[in-house]
Ligand binder design. Structure first.
Ligand SMILES: C[S@@+](CC[C@H](N)C(=O)[O-])C[C@H]1O[C@@H](n2cnc3c(N)ncnc32)[C@H](O)[C@@H]1O
Length: 351
C-alpha cells in the first residue's frame, strides 16, 4: 500500500492548491491568539494587530487575530468532504494588556467561528499537558482573592462538516482494518485525556528544542485523532503544519496527508529527518500491540471476557469489530516533487 504526503510552503488563508472535497480529516493546531510568541506572526499577517497591541487594545487584537484564522476556517469548509471531521487543538491565553490581566478564550472564539460556517460541533476533548514546573504558583501568594488559576489544559475542538456523517460501502476493508482495540476506544473516546504522557514523544523525531520553538504538539495527539476519525485511504490536512507532526502521524497511521506552512525552514528540518520514519512507525505500532497484550493479561486475571480472535494477530479481542485490525508500518519513504511517497506493509505479529 502506498500513501502520498504533500507539503507546501504557503499561506493557508488561500488553500487553492488543495481541491474542493479532497480531504476527509483536518488535524491542526493554529498559532494561539494572544500568546506572545505569535504576536509578530499575526502582525505580519495584519499590521493592524501590532497597532492594537501597542495601543493597549487587547480585545481588538484578539478579534483581529481570530479574523486571520477565520480565513483558514473558510477554506477548510471548502476542502473537507461532507461529513468530514476537523479537529482543532487550541489553548486559551492569559495576558496583561494595558495593565489589565485576563483570559482570552480562544476555544470559545474558535467554536463560534466554526458554527457560523455550518460545521456541527461534536463533543470535544480536554487534555492536560505533561506537567512541567513546580514553580507554577510562584507569586500567587496564599491570601485571597486575587490569585488566578493556572492554565494547564488545551482543547481538541471537534467539528463535522455539515449535518450528516460519512457513509462507507458495507464491510469496507479500509475501515475495518483501521479499527482500534476496545481498550483504546475506552481511553481515546474519553473527554478528558490525562494520559498524553509524551510516551510517543520520546520516540518522536522532533527534538525538544525545536518542539519548544515551534509549539509542536506531542505525536500522540494527531496519531490518536487520525486513528479515531479516519479510515485507510483517507487524506488528513494540516494547514498549520509547523514541524510536520501531523504528517508524521499520518505516515505512521497509513493515511495520506497534505500540509501547508508559512516557514520554509521547517520543511527542510522535516526532510532531514524523514529517513527515521520507518523505525518510528514500527515503534508506534509495536507499542499499541504490546499495550494490547498487557490489557489481555490483565483482563484474563480479572476474569473478563475475550470472546474473539484477531484475524491478523495472535491475540484475543473483546469485540467482533476488532477482529479485522491490521496495523501498518512504513517500509520506505521516497521524496517526490511536492512531498513524499510512502510504501507501507502490514505490521507483522512480532514479539
Ligand atoms: C502552533 S504551530 C503548529 C505546530 C504543529 N502542530 C507541530 O506539531 O509542529 C503553528 C504553525 O502555523 C504556521 N502558520 C501560521 N499562520 C499560517 C498561515 N496563515 N498559513 C500557513 N502556516 C501558518 C506557523 O508558522 C507555525 O509553524
Amino acid at each position: 500500500m502506498e500513501t502520498t504526503h504533500r507539503v507546501f510552503v504557503g499561506d493557508s488563508r488561500d488553500l487553492s492548491r488543495v481541491a474542493d472535497d479532497s480531504v476527509e480529516l483536518v488535524v491542526t493546531s493554529p498559532p494561539y491568539p494572544m500568546i506572545e510568541m505569535w504576536d509578530d506572526l499575526f502582525t505580519e499577517l495584519d499590521p493592524a494587530i501590532g497597532d492594537a497591541l501597542a495601543s493597549g487594545d487587547g480585545r481588538g487584537a484578539f478579534e483581529a487575530m481570530h479574523a486571520q484564522l477565520e480565513a483558514v476556517w473558510d477554506e477548510l469548509e471548502r476542502v473537507l468532504v461532507d461529513g468530514g471531521i476537523a479537529c482543532i487543538n487550541v489553548g486559551d491565553a492569559t495576558r496583561s494588556v494595558d495593565g489589565s490581566f485576563r483570559v482570552y478564550q480562544n476555544h470559545a472564539r474558535v467554536l463560534e467561528a466554526f458554527e457560523e460556517r455550518g460545521f456541527e460541533p461534536l463533543p470535544d476533548v480536554l487534555w492536560r499537558k505533561p506537567a512541567n514546573s513546580a514553580a507554577k504558583f510562584m507569586g500567587s501568594g496564599m491570601i485571597p482573592p486575587n490569585a488566578y488559576v493556572t492554565l494547564e489544559h488545551e482543547y481538541v475542538l471537534i467539528f463535522r462538516n455539515g449535518g450528516t456523517s460519512r457513509t462507507f460501502e458495507p464491510r469496507a476493508d479500509r475501515r475495518y482494518e483501521a479499527a482500534y482495540f476496545w481498550e483504546e476506544r475506552n481511553r481515546w473516546f474519553s473527554d478528558v485525556w490525562t494520559d498524553v504522557t509524551g510516551e510517543l514523544q520520546a520516540i518522536d523525531i522532533v527534538d525538544d528544542e525545536l518542539r519548544e520553538r515551534s509549539a509542536a504538539y506531542p505525536l500522540e495527539i494527531p496519531y490518536r485523532l487520525i486513528c479515531m476519525y479516519s479510515a485507510y485511504g483517507d487524506t488528513v490536512l494540516d494547514p498549520f503544519w509547523g514541524t510536520g507532526t501531523t504528517t508524521l502521524a499520518a505516515m505512521c497511521a497509513g493515511r495520506h496527508s497534505v500540509g501547508v506552512e508559512l516557514e520554509d525552514g521547517l520543511l527542510e528540518l522535516f526532510d532531514d529527518r524523514v529517513d527515521e520514519v520507518p523505525a518510528l512507525s514500527r515503534s508506534v505500532g509495536r507499542a499499541r500491540l504490546e499495550r494490547h497484550r498487557s490489557f489481555v493479561e490483565q483482563r484474563r486475571a480479572e476474569g473478563g471476557s475475550l470472546e474473539y480472535e484477531a484475524d491478523y494477530y495472535e491475540t484475543p479481542v473483546v469485540t467482533k469489530m476488532e477482529r479485522g485490525i491490521r496495523l501498518r508500518r512504513v517500509q520506505s519513504v521516497d521524496r517526490t516533487d511536492d512531498g513524499y511517497l510512502v510504501e507501507h506493509a502490514p505490521l507483522a505479529c512480532e514479539r
